[in-house]
Design a protein. Structure first.
Lengths: 117, 111
């Protein structure tokens, strides 16, 4: 079945540094991927829609200069958290839409846990 | 404003019990409703519902959508401890799979 991977699975960084998270669709092409953030005991919050070959679309309240998204190919989207601060510590999850012959659905990556010290 | 509301927020049941989880929604451009199970990591897909009144079934889990009353239910029969998880309801709002999630229902199944 369709699989989405993320790398790294967890990362610890110092405040002020930047962190890049990769999201790959392993056996299908994804023109659109999505980035979510999940704080403890809360649901997933959509951050942005990543579009292959064009600019990402950010949800209200998400700083596009802080969360840089690049979708350079049909199987890879990256999220870079720039100048990370402790309040950016969270679980970041990507997903990709799989358009099947009779149905389509969204598959999630395993997530990346970011801790900013 | 679009919203997806799940209830209850949490529940504790004994093994063998049946649980019913609810998801109501108010969204523009509804496309589909999905149920996910989340344990320690990212959500895993359970069901996608697009048509009213057609039950989807997978083992002990089943789900149905009512597009007139704008809600869906997820049933788990003969619960097992491995069913303990957070169950998320998500509504797709357009053709590109953009989802709005509910807050989730935490289910704890005790032996």
């Amino acid at each position: 079945g369709a699989v989405v991977s993320q790398h790294p699975s967890w990362v610890i960084c110092k405040s002020g540094t930047s962190v890049k998270i990769e999201c790959r669709s392993l056996d299908f092409q994804a023109t659109t991927m999505f980035w979510y953030r999940q704080f403890p005991k809360q649901s997933l919050m959509l951050m942005a829609t990543s579009n292959e070959g064009s600019k990402a679309t950010y949800e209200q309240g998400v700083e596009k200069d802080k969360f840089l998204i690049n979708h350079a190919s049909l199987t890879l989207s990256t999220l870079t958290v720039t100048s990370a601060h402790p309040e950016d510590s969270s679980f970041y999850i990507c997903s990709a839409t799989f358009f099947g012959p009779s149905t389509d659905t969204q598959y999630f990556g395993p997530g990346t846990r970011l801790t900013v010290l | 404003e679009d919203k997806v509301v799940q209830s209850p927020l949490s529940l504790v049941v004994h093994e063998g019990d049946t649980v019913t989880l609810n998801c109501s929604y108010e969204v523009t451009n509804f496309r589909s409703l999905l149920w996910y199970k989340q344990e320690k990591k990212a959500p895993t897909f359970l069901f996608m519902l697009t048509s009213s009144g057609i039950e989807k079934k997978s083992g002990r889990l089943s789900s149905i959508l009512d597009k007139k009353e704008l809600f869906s239910i997820l049933n788990i029969t003969a619960t097992q401890t491995g069913d303990s998880a957070i169950y998320l309801c998500a509504v797709a709002r357009d053709s590109w799979g953009k989802f709005q999630f509910g807050a989730g229902t935490q289910v704890v199944v005790t032996p």
